[in-house]
Design a binder for this molecule. Structure first.
Ligand code: 23J
Ligand code: MN
Length: 269
């Protein structure tokens, strides 16, 4: 059988499954807060154009308005000043091949349960690699923190008197992943790819500065990472082809082997 026919047969048999890593997108979607001297991003608004009524008797459609960096979304290198002059750095010019890569899922749920400001260190990556093998070039590195289980927006954003608190990457880890491992980018369950406190880091928002300065991408507000194996899944994360776009909400899909402990059932029709 051909590779692609085999893929479809495996999806039909349940040997492979499609895992949706995307949060619902709507007016309730939480958006990142920045210090008050900076402009903020609007939340989602959706307005009906017509709904089988006088404005369109046979059809329903809406207009949508939101910031590019809203909900489950993609960060392009041009989003950050460090990546502003790189080639192929925006939503409409990144080659489509670069939206697809193997997933390496690093599970730090236990650490984050103890420390909501947890930062992934290079040692965590090398310990993960001892168990699962070296992160291959062109991988999506997904940080599984359990943060997407915070369904209450206040707990998800977790803003305190001194600003937001949520896990992320130490600058040296972002450098390891971007430069030494040459990943496609990193994906997180939190509202942005930097830790909540990263505005105070050197440089500020060090994961954005490092990833995008090296032409790498970000994926924020992912969910269902607990349905993926540490290795073996493939992630497809393709932003809207916004002209000169710095990022975009998107549907992030993983194609994953079915867990061995679960019986394989044919797909529902
Ligand atoms: C602008 C400024 C700081 C940050 C962000 C955007 C994001 O997290 C984002 O969505 O890219 S931290
Ligand atoms: Mn973003």
């Amino acid at each position: 059988m051909s590779l692609l026919a085999d893929l479809i047969a495996s999806l039909d048999s349940g040997a492979l499954k499609v895992v949706d890593l995307t949060q619902p997108l709507g007016p309730q979607t939480p958006v990142i807060g920045l210090p008050p001297m900076f402009a903020s991003s609007p939340g989602v608004s959706i307005d009906v154009i017509s709904r089988y009524d006088g404005k369109g008797p046979g059809w329903y459609w809406n207009t949508i308005r939101m910031g590019e960096h809203t909900g489950t979304h993609f960060d392009a290198p041009v989003h950050w000043i460090t990546g502003k002059d790189l080639a192929d750095n925006r939503c409409d010019t990144i080659p489509a091949r670069r939206f697809v890569g193997p997933a390496c899922v690093i599970d730090v749920t236990a650490e984050v349960a103890k420390n909501e400001d947890f930062l992934l260190m290079p040692d965590h990556v090398t310990a993960w690699e001892k168990q699962h093998g070296t992160i291959p070039r062109g991988a999506w590195v997904l940080l599984r923190t359990g943060w997407s289980k915070r369904t209450d927006p206040a707990r998800f954003l977790n803003v305190k008197a001194d600003g937001p608190h949520s896990p992320g990457f130490h600058r040296s880890t972002s450098e390891l992943l971007a430069k030494d491992r040459d990943v496609l980018g990193v994906g997180v369950e939190t509202v942005g790819t930097d830790a909540g406190q990263a505005g105070t880091f050197d440089p500020p928002f060090s994961n954005h500065a490092t990833m995008h300065g090296n032409g790498k991408f970000g994926l924020a507000s992912l969910c269902n990472l607990d349905q993926l194996p540490a290795t073996g899944a493939v992630v497809i994360a393709a932003p809207l082809k916004i002209v000169d776009g710095s990022g975009s909400p998107l549907r992030v899909l993983a194609i994953s082997p079915a867990p061995p402990d679960q019986p394989q059932r044919p797909a529902e029709s």
